[in-house]
Ligand binder design. Structure first.
Ligand code: C2O
Ligand code: CU
Ligand code: CU
Length: 563
């Protein structure tokens, strides 16, 4: 039976924000395509083979051997069989191979030489998310190049081994450009990475698999619909389709051994509470790495929050599983803590929906909670609603008995004794009802509200403010130019407290180097910031929310390192 439903979307233009600017594509009908085989809450619809990075093509592995040119351009992909969908992607041709959004594979210490060619109709620039580079290589919005122009990057990869990524960063067009497809990974290799690969017999693209997690919407022409209403600009743009490596409702055949998954939340606004399940029971896995590479020791977990911009590296051991076992990677229900919608949700949901402050049982199935789907908008799955992401079927039994090494890496703790504590607040904007602010300010390209002295260490104490008169939401805060260490979390809501691993209230993912951190309403996090190795000259960098609609609406400020 074809459960095709055409959904007329009302209130598309909402309060009228950004209209025209955010609707450059003609033929965007505003009518959404919904069909059974695309429903991420239906486990039976996970039938499309997961796109894996190969030696070319979409997300293909590319180890640069010469300077590269990457053209940001329109491209055609098949998201739904029998249809082609226009996306925007980075096209690279080198050594007789063509790539779309290549997965760059580089070694720590390598020089990376790439020229961006803007073949889009609007300005763009590439940001290397998490890479420790001079600010002129960082894709600052002030360096965006016009259509037809180029920008040359030449950088040395200083980062630890790990999973980094890249995406556009032009002023007030990042959200749409990333949503339309411009995003890729950069995997950095170092000695710790090589040791782990050898110890576990991992091979990239087969048993060490990057998973780019996104949610999107398609219109009835099978084209990507990006048309946030005023409310969606405020909350973040959520989709009703689950995509992994740009495959909708994917499946992957696996064997009885250990797998490494490098999970990247590349969604605009969707927060994920990730778990692996079998028969609706969560399975244990190991968290081995975060934004800035491997942890010192693997952390046992059964779930992990992953917000837009963040990465988490995990090991899933399937060696005790049997051929025929079916598992899912999925996002579990959670309390979205969005005060703006709290009233709406209470008024419109059935008793099965989660109540504020309470996390729902890990085993609740997406079907039990589909009522929450409509609480934000009928065209998207509400923030915090459960759905599946990837089906894993064990199809082959092999002999495998390797286990993760006790020590994965070493992390030098930043010594913050005597460091200046810099308070930073996240709140609704005092001047713009429909925007969030950092230290009460929204983005001004020419203002530097935070000035840092080169050679210093600081503690950034970031508070996500709540109050009666202000709206609050969780914010994935991202800092350019300096990876940080999380020292402490306080004021955490129940669903975060429950996952704490130490006295400081930290989560397993707080134990590694980070560049993006999800901060829940009421929470304060202390971040150790090290500016002792800052690049020479004045460094102009960004702090922003990685909910890309928040960033677009101005939840971003500059900071400057000088002296
Ligand atoms: Cu991933 Cu400034 O962004
Ligand atoms: Cu970044
Ligand atoms: Cu935000």
């Amino acid at each position: 039976m074809n459960r095709r439903v055409f959904l007329k979307l009302t209130g598309l233009t909402g309060l009228g924000f950004y209209v025209g600017e955010l609707l450059p594509l003609t033929g965007c009908s505003g009518t959404l395509y919904l069909e059974g085989s695309l429903d991420p809450t239906d486990p039976n619809s996970f039938t499309r083979p997961l796109a894996l990075p190969g030696q070319d093509g979409l997300l293909g592995f590319l180890t640069p051997s010469a300077p590269l040119e990457a053209s940001a351009t329109e491209a055609s992909v098949t998201l739904m069989e029998g249809h082609s969908t226009q996306v925007w992607a980075y096209a690279v041709n080198t050594n007789g191979r063509s790539y779309l959004n290549p997965t760059f594979y580089v070694r720590q210490g390598d020089t990376f030489d790439l020229t961006l060619i803007n073949a889009l109709g609007s300005p763009t620039i590439i940001h290397w998310h998490g890479l420790d580079v001079d600010w002129q290589q960082d894709g600052n919005p002030s360096y965006a190049v016009a259509s037809g122009e180029r920008y040359a990057y030449r950088l040395t990869v200083k980062n630890r081994g790990g999973t980094y990524w890249y995406h556009p960063h032009p002023h007030q067009a990042l959200a749409e450009q990333a949503y339309r497809g411009l995003a890729g990974l950069m995997l950095v290799e170092d000695d710790d990475e090589l040791a782990l690969r050898a110890a576990l017999d991992l091979s990239p693209g087969t048993t060490d698999i990057p998973l780019l997690l996104q949610d999107k919407r398609l219109d009835t022409d099978m084209q990507l619909a990006y048309s946030p209403s005023g409310m969606e600009s405020f909350d973040g743009y959520l989709g009703n389709l689950a995509l992994v490596n740009l495959t909708i409702n994917p499946k992957l055949d696996v064997s009885t051994r250990l797998y490494r998954f490098r999970l990247l939340n590349g969604a605009n606004a969707r927060i994920l509470r990730l778990a692996f399940t079998q028969n609706d029971e969560t399975l244990p896995f190991l968290i081995i790495g975060t934004d800035g590479g491997l942890l010192e020791k693997a952390q046992e977990a059964e779930e992990v929050f992953l917000s837009p911009g963040e990465r988490v590296d995990v090991l899933l051991d399937l060696s005790t599983h049997a051929v025929g076992d079916v598992l899912f990677l999925r996002t579990l229900a959670f309390e979205p803590m969005d005060t703006m919608h709290m009233g709406m949700r209470e008024a419109s949901t059935s008793p099965s929906a989660t109540q504020p402050g309470q996390s729902s049982p890990a085993t609740s199935t997406p079907q039990q909670e589909t009522s929450a789907r409509t609480s934000t908008s009928s065209s998207s799955i509400a923030q915090g609603s459960p759905f599946y992401l990837l089906k894993l079927t064990v199809t082959e039994a092999i002999a495998y008995s390797k286990t993760a090494p006790d020590v994965l890496s070493s992390i030098d703790r930043i010594d913050t004794s005597g460091a200046t504590v810099r308070p930073i607040t996240l709140s609704s904007s005092p001047s713009d009802m429909m925007a969030f602010a950092i230290n009460g300010q929204t983005y001004d390209m020419n203002a530097y509200p935070i000035e840092v002295l080169r050679g210093t260490v600081e503690i950034w104490e970031v508070t996500n403010q709540v109050g009666d008169d202000i709206s609050s939401m969780p914010h994935p805060l991202h800092i350019h130019g300096a990876l940080f260490q999380v020292q402490k979390r306080s004021g955490s809501p129940a669903q975060i407290l429950a996952q704490g691993v130490d006295e400081a209230g930290r989560l397993a993912t707080d134990l590694g180097w980070k560049d993006t951190i999800l901060i829940w309403p009421g929470e304060t996090v202390r971040l150790a910031m090290d500016f002792r190795d800052a690049y020479p000259g004045e460094q102009r960098l960004l702090i922003h929310c990685h909910n890309l609609e928040h960033e677009e609406a101005g939840m971003m400020i500059n900071y400057r390192i000088s002296g």
